[in-house]
Design a protein around this ligand. Structure first.
Ligand SMILES: *[C@@H]1O[C@H](CO)[C@@H](O)[C@H](O)[C@H]1NC(C)=O
Ligand SMILES: *[C@@H]1O[C@H](CO)[C@@H](O)[C@H](O)[C@H]1NC(C)=O
Ligand SMILES: *[C@@H]1O[C@H](CO)[C@@H](O)[C@H](O)[C@H]1NC(C)=O
Ligand SMILES: *[C@@H]1O[C@H](CO)[C@@H](O)[C@H](O)[C@H]1NC(C)=O
Ligand SMILES: *[C@@H]1O[C@H](CO)[C@@H](O)[C@H](O)[C@H]1NC(C)=O
Ligand SMILES: *[C@@H]1O[C@H](CO)[C@@H](O)[C@H](O)[C@H]1NC(C)=O
Ligand SMILES: *[C@@H]1O[C@H](CO)[C@@H](O)[C@H](O)[C@H]1NC(C)=O
Ligand SMILES: [Cu+2]
Length: 395
């Protein structure tokens, strides 16, 4: 109504021009849709946390090799299992802690320009998350956050990290067990069908909390070291600079509610959970709430901020080994989401989603090209993630 009154107050020619402009806008699509295909060419300094970030991947002289799961992964081998860290037996915890220590000692000691070093993991995450990478032939910066590029990127990142750990450990069965932060159940009884585990998962896993090991990060905030302060999954961005102290009695019900929103309410649709579309020509998204997926912008981001230190900031987060246990859980929850009630809980079938491509370093320091399509089934990636019973779907 207001718009019509606005038009009729204008002289006739202007009215016609406005109508013509609208016709052009309607008849000519803004750009031909195409999937984002990452290249490291043209990498520029990124920007985050009010600072320029220098995180371009190292020069690569080799050939980029497509990673094709059906060709490279042995489908007759038993699937590997990722487990909830707090539910490993004492013996398993000791063995796993020693393995992480061995692997991260190696990754920390590799030369800085070795793509498998922990340092280059951090650089790669920074490049993908601060606008250092650009769309080919343009200055349009790319960010894997706050859109449908997020979960597939993180699944591949954890996947290749796992392969690098397997390689340095010479243990092809090694799996990245997950930090089960969404599990704040305190009243469940031991149950033999889930391995008898009834421990809450909302503290920083003990295997990452031993200062004598290489998976330890001393610069995490004091919260992360406390054994009676559960992770806060419902922080908002404004609380990030100075996280409020929420004690267990307050934070546990808030976490259950937050997970319920992320997985069930806001996560009830593809758009809500996976996040919005992101195609060639689209600009970098900086605002989480415009098109970020529900779990990405809630539980996931909140846990990053709550742990704090390097993990709390995009440019440095992958320098804390806890990153990979955290993202192993995000990966699991994405998988878990498909099995929740509701017909709409499926991934996009849009070709610009399925054909989006990323680049990652593999265990031989070869640059590998992967796509979203191949990330959508964990079985294809030779993984079987534990469907650990959750509480947030019983609110
Ligand atoms: C961002 O950096 C500029 C230049 O260093 C500084 O003037 C400004 O206060 C900073 N802003 C914030 C929010 O920290
Ligand atoms: C790649 O090529 C550049 C220039 O030809 C050379 O300086 C550099 O050492 C090479 N890097 C590797 C890892 O081979
Ligand atoms: C694939 O895995 C099966 C079962 O572990 C094994 O017998 C077979 O040799 C493997 N094949 C290859 C090509 O590695
Ligand atoms: C990118 O930006 C730079 C500096 O503003 C400019 O010189 C260059 O022409 C731009 N390139 C493209 C492809 O737009
Ligand atoms: C034990 O866990 C399984 C799987 O989560 C569930 O189906 C079963 O109802 C549980 N049993 C008891 C006694 O809680
Ligand atoms: C981490 O380790 C410290 C030192 O041993 C201990 O006091 C603290 O309770 C541990 N925190 C957690 C969450 O297990
Ligand atoms: C959840 O959905 C509501 C209503 O659409 C929206 O206002 C809110 O920003 C969403 N929150 C998250 C974390 O996605
Ligand atoms: Cu993250």
């Amino acid at each position: 109504m207001a718009a019509i009154q606005f038009y009729s107050a204008l002289p006739g020619l202007v009215q016609l021009m406005i109508i013509f402009t609208w016709m052009v806008v309607i008849l000519i699509p803004p750009s031909a849709a195409a999937p984002i295909q990452i290249t490291f060419e043209g990498c520029i300094p990124g920007f985050a946390d009010n600072e320029t970030q220098y995180c371009c991947p190292p020069k690569y002289n080799g050939t980029i090799v497509d990673f094709i799961p059906e060709k490279e992964l042995n489908s007759s081998k038993p699937l590997r299992v990722r487990k909830a860290l707090q539910c490993l037996s004492e013996k398993e915890q000791l063995e796993y802690k020693a393995k992480l220590d061995r692997a991260y000692t190696i990754l920390r000691n590799l030369p800085e320009d070795d793509p498998r070093s922990l340092y280059q993991h951090c650089i790669l995450h920074c490049a993908y998350g601060t606008g250092a990478l650009v769309q080919p032939g343009t200055n349009i910066t790319i960010d894997i956050h706050f859109s449908w590029l997020f979960y597939p990127f993180q699944r591949w990142f954890v996947f290749f990290h796992e392969r690098i750990l397997q390689n340095v450990l010479e243990d092809p069965e090694f799996s990245l067990h997950f930090w089960n932060w969404d599990n704040g159940a305190t009243v469940r009884k031991p149950n033999s069908s889930d391995g008898g585990c009834y421990k809450v998962g909302h503290f920083v896993p003990q295997v990452y909390n031993d200062s004598s090991t290489a998976q330890y990060e001393a610069k995490r905030s004091y919260r992360a070291f406390m054994s009676d302060l559960p992770v806060d999954l419902s922080m908002i961005p404004e609380e990030r600079a100075d996280p409020p102290l929420r004690t267990a009695d307050v934070v546990v019900p808030r976490n259950v509610a937050s997970m319920y929103v992320a997985m069930m309410l806001n996560g009830s649709t593809t758009r809500g959970f996976i996040g919005g579309e992101y195609r060639v020509g689209d600009t970098q998204v900086l605002d989480p709430l415009t098109r970020g997926g529900s779990l990405e912008v809630r539980g996931h981001a909140s846990a990053h901020w709550w742990v704090g230190g390097p993990l709390g900031l995009v440019p440095t987060s992958a320098s804390d080994p806890l990153f990979f246990a955290h993202h192993s859980n995000v990966d699991r929850l994405w998988n878990n989401w498909h099995n929740l009630p509701g017909a709409e809980r499926k991934d996009y079938d849009d070709p610009d989603f399925l054909n989006a491509e990323y680049l990652f370093w593999d265990e031989t320091a070869t640059l590998r090209r992967v796509n979203v399509r191949d990330s959508l089934s964990i079985e294809v990636l030779a993984l079987e993630e534990v469907h650990f019973p959750t509480r947030w779907n019983k609110v």
